[in-house]
Design a protein around this ligand. Structure first.
Ligand code: FAQ
Length: 330
């Protein structure tokens, strides 16, 4: 499996024979399916790669509150408002589990936040697209959470223990998120022709951005080969994207909606749908800061960070006083 995964991404990683004994023992633990825990020895590249991926994942959960948070006050009924509020709060919680998992690797949450705000760390491309109307709340839950789960179910088997355990908990909640989105889509598709047209429009705008969530195509993926050899990733970007397409097409058919891809068709021989890739120039523009909402999203996070400074200062002062009191009593 180890060798096959490397081949599928086309990039070369060290073989066992090329590793020094410590690194080789580490790789053999990974190959045997053992979890790596925070105090275990690990190659510096493994640690850094995990900080990058988990940090980016945590930032995505937190920035990901913004497009939906925007609709809490405008939800059409009290029930929808309560559900959306709970979902957005869950995303904040996911961010916190993930920051904690990253902190076990020797970076602080403050450092990760600073790296997000000064552009050294990324967050998922999808959250740089606007949510224009209520149908987008359905499409985000259905497609964005659907894509997120597809990826996160695979990450439950990731080799780093704290990340894997965070994923197990997060997936349980994400399953509810996806269903609430699909439920909104079902209601809209069974509603007036105008409501159904809104649902179709939301699918048209969010389909390709959702496909981009799985990352660049395997041939352009920088990290996949090494991340798969280390068991950090358990499927390639294209494998995840294909699974998502295969799962989502029948769901769109059930809703009576059309996926905006004229070349989408079932391929009997492959046992998968053939589909059109996203426009990769758009993907790279978005991850390099030039998507429709990049500036708004980062400005919102900067403001939250600055507005929260007094809370952080207060907590630090409280902790200092508590420690001093404890020391005086000893
Ligand atoms: N957006 O070498 P690869 C959610 C970057 S959670 C932005 O293939 P990798 C829940 C990548 O960082 C959504 N950047 O990278 C929710 C790298 O740049 P770097 C988040 C992207 O890491 C729902 C470069 O491109 N989920 O939505 C993206 O091996 C609703 C080369 O790419 C996760 O983060 C992208 N889409 O594979 C919340 C899951 N794709 O760092 C609220 C964990 C790639 O060298 C509401 N992450 N890049 O500067 C992963 O599984 C992986 O990181 C991938 C990318 C698969 C996303």
């Amino acid at each position: 499996m180890y060798a096959q995964n490397i081949k599928s991404t086309g990039k070369r990683v060290k073989s066992l024979d090329e590793m020094d004994p410590q690194e080789r023992a580490f790789q053999e633990r990974i190959n045997a399916g053992e979890k790596i825990e925070p105090k275990d020895w690990m190659p510096e590249g493994y640690r850094q790669n995990l900080i990058r991926q988990i940090g980016q994942h945590a930032h995505s959960e937190v920035v990901g509150q913004l497009p939906e948070g925007n609709w809490i006050t405008r939800a059409p009924t009290l029930e929808r408002k309560a559900i959306l509020l709970a979902k957005v709060q869950d995303e904040a919680g996911h961010g916190l589990y993930l920051y904690c998992a990253a902190e076990t690797l020797g970076i602080s949450r403050d450092e990760m936040t600073e790296q997000l705000l000064d552009g050294r760390m990324k967050y998922s491309s999808i959250f740089n697209y606007p949510t224009l109307n209520w149908a987008d709340m359905g499409a985000v839950g259905w497609l964005v959470d659907g894509a997120a789960i597809m990826n996160q179910v695979a990450l439950q088997r990731t080799s780093y223990g704290p990340y894997s355990r965070a994923m197990i908990r997060i997936c349980k909640e994400e399953a509810f998120h996806q269903r609430q989105g699909y439920d909104i889509m079902m209601k809209m598709c069974a509603g007036t022709p105008e409501q159904k047209a809104m649902a179709q429009d939301a699918l048209d705008r969010l389909w390709y951005p959702a496909l981009m969530m799985f990352g660049p195509s395997d041939k352009d993926s920088v990290h996949s080969a090494q991340s798969m050899a280390w068991g950090i990733k358990t499927m390639t970007n294209d494998e995840g994207r294909q699974r998502f397409v295969d799962q989502t097409v029948p769901q769109a058919e059930y809703l009576g909606l059309t996926i905006p891809d004229p070349d989408l068709k079932w391929n009997e021989e492959r046992g998968h749908y053939d589909y059109t890739d996203p426009d990769w120039s758009e993907f790279f523009a978005v991850i390099n800061g030039n998507g429709p909402c990049n500036a708004d999203r980062l400005n919102a996070r900067r403001k939250a960070w600055e507005d929260g400074a007094w809370v952080r200062d207060g907590l630090m002062e409280h902790a200092r006083k508590k420690a001093a009191r404890r020391q005086a009593a000893e």
